[in-house]
Ligand binder design. Sequence first.
Ligand code: ADP
Ligand code: MG
Length: 298
Amino acid sequence: FMTVTAYGADDGLMTGIREKIEDLEALFSVTREDSEIYALNNTGHTGLSDDTLTLMTRALEICRLTGGALDISVYPVVRAWGFTTGEYRVPEQTEIDALLADVGYESIELDGNEARLSEGMMVDLGSIAKGYTGDVLAAMLKDGGVSSALMDLGGNIQTVGMRPDGEKWRVGVQDPFGDSYVGVLSIADKAAVTSGGYERYFIADDGTRYCHIIDPATGRPAQSGIASVTVTAESGTYCDGLSTSLFIMGVDDALDYWRAHSDEFDAILMDENGTVYVTDGIADRCSLLEDRKMQVVH
Ligand code: ADP
Ligand code: MG
């Protein structure tokens, strides 16, 4: 579900917003047979629209920045585990290894607006497309004269300006172990994006729980000890790409990444023991429920 609340927007602008969401979905969808990504995956090369080219370029930068934790070419592995179809299964290691042989974002070529994949490769922008959509919609709303808006794009939060009452937006951070919240983050003019193992997962016959985020290093669902990670920054695209990547990295590597890029974003990480790590840039803008202890990270 996507909900866009924009104060002072007229009907024409809101119709434009709805159409833009549908247009972007039609370009990026990995399953729709008329999408650009589908064409790329099935022919190995295609010309890209400005939106797909911009998103793909940024996605590849984040693949590089995260040392391949994000890898938009891991799709054949995601599919083998059944995460696109809902027909979940645990593939044999030999099958995973064979699929991993064709995974590697480094061999995706962009030449002008033309994208080219190596043999056997398929891409999926699902880890980052909602974040990009948030950036595009925020810009459209601002261009249309809106100075206050809140968007929930399938769990990705994107805000424009402040609330109409002049306060920051209060975003609930979901408890990965239950139905309620662990705390509230106050933001203005920023995105907040969460990736968690609780969102989409299946439980195998032996009781093992497998989530929909795949570690490209192993071809298996990430089991890094992180239960959920929320990233906040101006760019929804960066937040979305990073939340998926930091989830794969685990607490230590994720916090090292933050220390190297602390001017770019802040994060709330929760590990499987329920410890909540909050980076110091947002420690004073994040309040946790009484029974939760905040570990401020410097
Ligand atoms: P959601 O879209 O469910 O909010 P994410 O933004 O974390 O969650 O994206 C998860 C999706 O990204 C998966 O469903 C899968 O299609 C894709 N994906 C899984 N692992 C990776 C990865 N390592 N790199 C890039 N994309 C991935
Ligand atoms: Mg993501």
